[in-house]
Design a protein. Structure first.
Length: 51
């Protein structure tokens, strides 16, 4: 089975990576410094099990 990405998938991967590096890196750094967490990422409402 060939799991290689198609040229279109590679292009999408490249565009997504470029966007994340350009738009999200500074926000992530700022949130890390403030020890904040954005609820818009969808993880806030996920069930959590504490052991």
């Amino acid at each position: 089975m060939d799991f290689s990405l198609t040229p279109e998938q590679k292009e999408l991967q490249s565009v997504a990576r470029e966007f994340a590096q350009k738009e999200m890196t500074s926000v992530a750094k700022e949130l890390e410094e403030k020890k904040e967490f954005l609820s818009e990422n969808g993880l806030v409402d996920m069930p959590r099990w504490d052991s």
